[in-house]
Design a protein around this ligand. Structure first.
Ligand code: SAM
Length: 329
């Protein structure tokens, strides 16, 4: 019985946030205060949820946070996830989203444990600017080492996610294009969404897809190439055939109609949309001794009611009940 919702979308991507703590305080994401706001669960609890969800048709699991590499035991957790089998008898695809600060040391063990792919978040390729955005000194070198160690370990492809904000880092578009080609990584630009702790979002601050493509053309023209329907990023190849970038455009080109994702928060709540105004307490049911069958029933019912789409930029937009760092990006 594969998971699907009332709009006929089949749900096969799961994101699990394993902590909402973060060692970076990116200015567009967090207020700068420290400390976890929500609980963390033992890995065995996330594993049980993942096992049930893989039994319901999940084929891809992405670990995220907060900063997932702050959790000790992540390698063992990946190893356990890699033992799960989909209904077709395959290992689920396992991916990680990280700021990369602690990645260099752990990339190879993660790969050996069964991690398939990694996405590293970077919002500048200039060390000083990088420090101003993350509010952590000397991070750039560590992250670059993490990116290179990931490639070395065979985590393929290594993707870099860059959130663009007007007047802040849109001058990094071309440097990131060069970086993608030099480092042989796939850079994906993300439109800024209203999910930050400080309410700074305005439509004007968003650097949208068309603008990114035309800015990059001042360096080298881009040609759009095919992407999977459920893939969030539109893909572009540089006209000389060397390197590729992606653009994730939830604001200017929403892709909710093809959304295949659900999320588990660090405290074990199921969320059916980034912009959900409520979440569903799977962990509380587990704590009260629910059987796998009961949990399955609960999950299936919740997922059926997945939101049709987000309402970013529309009059009456209601902000999500949690910000990005506490959901799991
Ligand atoms: N710490 C990890 C990292 O840095 O990738 C995982 C969590 S972080 C919240 C995941 C991604 O969400 C990052 O790429 C971050 O830039 C992005 N992000 C945070 N706030 C965002 C927003 N308001 N709009 C779009 N992307 C956002």
């Amino acid at each position: 019985m594969p998971l699907s919702d009332n709009f006929g979308r089949s749900i096969h991507d799961l994101r699990i946030s394993i902590t909402d703590r973060c060692n970076y305080r990116c200015v567009y994401c967090r207020t700068g205060t420290n400390g976890a706001a929500y609980a963390e669960l033992p890995f065995e609890d996330y594993l049980r949820m993942a096992r049930i969800l893989v039994g319901l048709g999940i084929t891809k699991i992405r670990l995220t946070g907060g900063e997932p590499l702050l959790r000790k035991g992540i390698v063992e957790f990946v190893r356990d996830l890699a033992k799960l089998r989909t209904s077709e008898g395959k290992k689920p695809e396992i991916a990680l989203t990280t700021n990369g600060h602690l990645l260099a040391e752990i990339a190879q063990p993660l790969k050996d444990g069964g991690l398939d792919r990694v996405t590293v978040s970077m919002d500048a390729v200039d060390p000083e600017r990088f420090a101003r955005i993350t509010r952590v000194p000397n991070g750039y070198e560590s992250v670059l080492a993490g990116v290179r160690a990931s490639r070395q370990a065979g985590l393929d492809p290594v993707k870099i996610n860059c959130v663009l904000l007007r007047g802040f880092n849109e001058d990094q578009i071309i440097p990131f294009g060069m970086f993608a080609r030099e480092e042989r990584v796939m850079v994906r630009f993300i439109e800024f969404m209203p999910l930050e702790e400080d309410r700074v979002w305005t439509p004007e601050i968003v650097v949208a897809l068309d603008e990114i493509v035309s800015r990059m053309a001042e360096y080298l023209p881009l040609e759009e190439i095919a992407h999977e329907r459920s893939e969030t990023a539109r893909r572009y190849r540089f006209s000389d055939g060397v390197g590729e970038i992606g653009i994730i455009a939830p604001v200017s080109h929403p892709f909710c109609g093809h959304c295949s994702r659900i999320r588990i928060t660090s405290d074990g709540k199921l969320r059916t949309c980034l912009f959900s105004v409520w979440d569903h307490d799977v962990h509380e049911l587990m704590r009260r001794g629910a059987t796998d069958e009961k949990l399955t029933e609960f999950i299936v019912t919740v997922v059926e009611k997945k939101e049709e789409r987000h309402h970013i930029g529309e009059p009456g937009f209601v902000p999500a009940s949690r910000t990005m760092v506490h959901i799991g990006g």
